[in-house]
Design a binder for this molecule. Sequence first.
Ligand SMILES: [Zn+2]
Ligand SMILES: [Zn+2]
Length: 95
Amino acid sequence: MQVETSCISWQGATDPRGYGRKGKGTREERYVHRAAWVRANGEIPEKMQIHHLCGNRLCLNVEHMVLLTHSEHTRIHAYEKWQPGGALRERDWTR
Ligand SMILES: [Zn+2]
Ligand SMILES: [Zn+2]
């Protein structure tokens, strides 16, 4: 997976994990990257998570995001810990 467009970085507030937030409250929908995904692609199915292909948690470019299950998401991050970028080369996550 090649990320060919550039990141659109959120300039506002972030939460302790480094994700962009807007407004108050604790609902996940307030995460700005989730809001950007919903605007572009519609509702996020229950239990699916957004992964940033670009690794930039503040990025709002939906071309840089893929939906993964929790287990896939955990796996890709565990894999990337010991081989940065490796998981992206191994599989085209947009398919
Ligand atoms: Zn990005
Ligand atoms: Zn991720």
